[in-house]
Design a protein. Structure first.
Ligand SMILES: Nc1ncnc2c1ncn2[C@@H]1O[C@H](COP(=O)(O)OP(=O)(O)OP(=O)(O)O)[C@@H](O)[C@H]1O
Length: 300
């Protein structure tokens, strides 16, 4: 079942059309990566899902129920981590989670059990310090714990890793993977390598629409170029080879790339290298990266 569905959603700010006939669905128990350039409309989309912004046309459903602007009925299914989470800095993490639990109407026992469980999950179980002493990574981890407090079916994270160093990013990604069994996750990011590490499905928002969508594998397969590159030991061999195969692009004095090269082209190149006893360092098929796909789609 799809936990989230957007059907033909459009949104304007004044005369500026930000979201234009946007449709996509997020299946349960997946991690859904939402990519887009700065200003593509990712935060706007998330706020519309949360009913914090009105939509001009279309429909958004969370857990099969229609989202209405200004009402928070469907938010019972959602945990939200904004890009810059705000806390009461003078509290400890446990005090903060207790307060959030009380506000959402959880009972005392539930609050204690769940808070203890979640602080352990995000690696803050031993932290008795006040939140104001926390690093950005720790604050982001506490933000996830808070967003998961009421066991949401859908966890929405707005750029959860963007401001973090590689180790902080890894912590967050590991947490997202560990909660996926119970919660569907949608997260936006500019860090495409993060998407490649944890996402099952991806969608690229461009000009207010989904320009690319599917499982990570499908998306890569769709744009798979069968190109390959050859790195030579000697500049002179590289030049000889390039003269014989003018279809190769010279990347530098020892490296050639054949962007559209097929498997047959690769075999021909290997035969030529063997027949002429050319020393090479490597011959390698190029795997499409999400970064390349992104650039390919955005520049169209
Ligand atoms: N409340 C608002 N009033 C007017 N324009 C807005 C408002 N909120 C967002 N916008 C505009 O809508 C567009 C999309 O903004 P949004 O914040 O959704 O993008 P984003 O994809 O989240 O970008 P970023 O990656 O930079 O956070 C931008 O051009 C922004 O200036």
């Amino acid at each position: 079942m799809d936990i989230l569905t957007l059907s033909h959603v459009s949104k304007k700010f004044g005369n500026q059309s930000v979201i234009n006939d946007l449709s996509f669905s997020v299946p349960e128990h997946s991690i859904f990566g939402f990519i887009g350039e700065n200003g593509a409309g990712k935060t706007t989309t998330m706020k519309m899902i949360l009913g914090l912004l009105s939509i001009d046309t279309g429909e958004i459903k969370v857990n099969g129920e229609t989202v209405s602007f200004g009402q928070n009925k469907t938010n019972q299914y959602i945990g939200y981590l904004p890009d810059v989470p705000e806390f009461y800095d003078y509290m400890t993490p446990m005090e903060y989670l207790r307060l959030c639990g009380m506000i959402t109407g959880m009972n005392k026992h539930e609050i204690t059990t769940r808070s203890t469980e979640l602080l352990a999950l995000v690696g803050l179980e031993n932290s008795k310090k006040r939140i104001k002493t926390f690093s950005r990574g720790m604050k982001q981890r506490l933000g996830i714990a808070q967003a998961l407090l009421n066991s949401p079916k859908l966890l929405i994270c707005d750029e959860p890793t963007s401001a973090l160093d590689p180790s902080g990013r890894k912590d967050i990604l590991d947490i997202l993977v560990s909660v996926k069994q119970h919660t569907t996750i949608i997260f936006s990011t500019h860090v495409l390598s993060d998407i490649e590490r944890v996402c099952d499905d991806v969608a690229l928002l461009h000009n207010g629409k989904i320009a690319l969508q599917g499982s990570l594998e499908e998306v890569k397969e769709l744009y798979r170029s069968s190109g390959f590159e050859i790195e030579f030991k000697q500049d002179s061999d590289c030049t000889t080879f390039a003269n014989h195969f003018p279809e190769f692009e010279q990347i530098h004095s020892k490296l050639l790339l054949y962007p559209q090269g097929s498997d047959t082209d690769m075999k021909n190149a290997i035969n030529y290298i063997a027949d002429n006893s050319i020393d090479i360092i490597k011959i390698e098929k190029k795997e499409p990266t999400l970064e390349n796909l992104f650039m390919e789609v955005v520049k169209k």
